[in-house]
Design a binder for this molecule. Structure first.
Ligand SMILES: [Zn+2]
Length: 223
């Protein structure tokens, strides 16, 4: 089996993405970041669940984005709870996050001898983040092939974003068809210390709407 690096946050999208990578014949090498996110629930769950959802190996890299701040996820800025404006990039955007994460994924892929990287970005039911768009993924792939030894020696990288054009409901349906247990995922930006989801942040709203549209029950616990 070929290896693929899968960016894995412990969330619904990246967990589904890992199941798709496996379905497409890859051994997933899961990569997560302790980036100074305001809660560690997500990361604690990612550590616990990565082996259960089929990661061959799980690496957690420490990069403290709190030193820069600039986001409701990495600074003392409140997470919006009343829905966000569709034509504005919300304060939960983390400056350059996917560029930073994909760069680490590229480095690890080169070390592993993997030519494939999976990222669970989505351009339909998403929060308007610029680094979740297809143009960004294409540009990063082009950059990856210019930037690496493997790329210039004729082993081009492919950045897979299999959820890019799916609705949240379609992502959930695809995951369920691949046997994903969504109990083992976490989406909330602002959970309680016990790990209950708030049900009101943008991420919870998108998730709950996705399950409702898919005609399914969300198995995680809410406040
Ligand atoms: Zn929430």
């Amino acid at each position: 089996m070929k290896k693929a690096v899968v960016l894995y946050s412990g969330g619904l999208d990246s967990t589904t993405c890992m199941a798709i990578a496996r379905e497409q014949g890859f051994q997933p090498y899961a990569l997560s970041f302790a980036y100074g996110q305001r809660h560690t629930v997500e990361l604690d769950k990612a550590r616990k669940y990565a082996p259960l959802i089929g990661a061959e190996e799980h690496m957690v890299i420490d990069i403290d984005l709190r030193k820069m701040g600039g986001s409701a996820l990495t600074a003392d800025i409140d997470v919006p709870k009343s829905g966000v404006c569709a034509d504005e990039i919300p304060v939960t955007y983390v400056p350059a996050r996917n560029t930073i994460f994909l760069s680490f994924a590229l480095g690890w892929a080169e070390v592993l001898g993997a030519s494939d990287i999976y990222i669970g970005v989505n351009a339909l039911d998403y929060s308007g983040y610029p680094d979740c768009r297809p143009e960004f993924i294409q540009a990063f792939q082009q950059m990856a092939n210019l930037a690496t030894k493997a790329g210039v020696e004729g082993h081009p990288y492919q950045i897979h974003a299999p959820l890019l054009n799916l609705t949240k409901a379609q992502i959930i349906q695809q995951g369920l068809s691949l046997g994903v247990d969504y109990q083992l995922t976490h989406s909330c930006y602002d959970p309680t210390p016990e790990g209950l989801s708030c049900g009101q942040c943008d991420s919870c709203r998108l998730r709950l709407k996705g399950f409702a549209d898919a005609g399914q029950e969300d198995p995680v616990s809410y406040v």
